[in-house]
Design a protein around this ligand. Structure first.
Ligand SMILES: NC(=O)c1ccc[n+]([C@@H]2O[C@H](COP(=O)([O-])OP(=O)(O)OC[C@H]3O[C@@H](n4cnc5c(N)ncnc54)[C@H](OP(=O)(O)O)[C@@H]3O)[C@@H](O)[C@H]2O)c1
Length: 271
């Protein structure tokens, strides 16, 4: 492999725990040098030390709270300027409480900053360079709740619906320009998002909960297979294709020059 073809550095957000830490492990195993982003330096340092020991790669840490604009800007700047970075895993995320009505506005806002604003801004920082180079990849970690916002999850589900739509829109724009995008929609996965001691999992049937290693390995298999949308749990991929076909079938009927008949006023002319 020549120097110019060397493996891209991957920047992983929310890399200090759970899904992000597992991505870091697997990407290091694949030979990617890493930049690991999260708030807690000690956790990042411990992970970096382990990854260097196990995989002998280059691992840097970049501590930042991605809800704080000045700290997020340091990550954006790194993505813009470090030409070795060719892969972004937008993984950092938090869940608000499940009920919209009982969640304080500041909690909704902090979650939207992390789950929606940060990934959008990080892609905006990196994308021009990737498009210029004609290569690279962006992985966004969504959630199956993007597809079922009316069952559970409140505004968290809506934030993940954004990531699904955003990734589909991005793919439609840049698919032919050498930059890969993927959105991963995990179901319930055993991590600290489910409570430090897994307390939220106590209310969830065991057959709904996937171990984090299995989830990330499936997501990377989907990435390797060239998937745009990866649903690690979904047994039959044709179910997703049928869902997408039904959605696309609506498209030509969604913007027309007249209202649908059922919305036309039915007032008799001589009234
Ligand atoms: N676990 C699930 O059931 C599940 C299901 C579907 C989707 N997901 C999605 O998967 C992603 C990862 O979640 P997880 O389950 O691995 O959660 P997790 O175990 O709680 O880890 C979250 C990661 O995000 C980092 N983080 C949190 N707030 C941050 C902030 N303000 N700035 C920067 N980093 C921050 C945390 O590190 P620090 O505390 O050090 O900052 C940690 O590394 C999220 O986007 C989540 O929505 C999870």
């Amino acid at each position: 492999m020549s120097f110019t073809e060397s493996i891209d550095t991957a920047l992983v957000t929310g890399a200090s725990a759970g899904i992000g830490a597992t991505y870091a492990d697997r990407l290091a195993q694949r030979g990617h040098p890493l930049v690991l982003v999260a708030r807690h330096a000690a956790r990042l340092e411990a992970l970096a030390e382990r990854l260097v020991r196990d995989h002998r790669g280059r691992v840097e840490i970049l501590t930042a709270d991605l809800t704080v604009p000045a700290e997020r800007l340091r990550v954006e700047q790194r993505l813009r300027e470090d030409t070795r970075i060719g892969m972004l895993v937008n993984n950092a995320g938090i869940a608000s409480g499940s009920a919209i009505a009982s969640t304080p506005a500041d909690v909704h806002e902090a979650m939207i900053q992390l789950n929606v604003v940060a990934p959008t801004r990080l892609v905006a920082a990196l994308l021009p360079r990737l498009l210029h180079q004609g290569r690279g990849s962006i992985i966004n970690i969504g959630s199956v709740l993007a597809l079922t916002p009316d069952t559970f999850g409140g505004s968290y589900a809506a934030s993940k619906s954004y990531l699904l739509s955003y990734t589909q829109a991005l793919h439609a724009e840049i698919a032919e320009q050498g930059v890969r995008v993927q959105v991963v929609l995990p179901g319930v996965t055993r991590t600290h998002l489910q409570g430090e001691a897994g307390e939220r999992l106590a209310r969830i049937p065991a057959e709904w909960v996937m171990e984090v290693d299995e989830m990330v390995d499936a997501a990377l298999a989907g990435f390797d297979a060239g998937e745009l949308v990866t649903l690690p749990s979904l047994p039959d991929p044709d179910d997703w294709e049928r869902f997408e076909t039904a959605r696309h079938r609506l498209a030509p009927m969604l913007s027309r020059d007249h209202a649908a008949d059922r919305y036309k006023s039915d007032i008799p002319e001589d009234a």
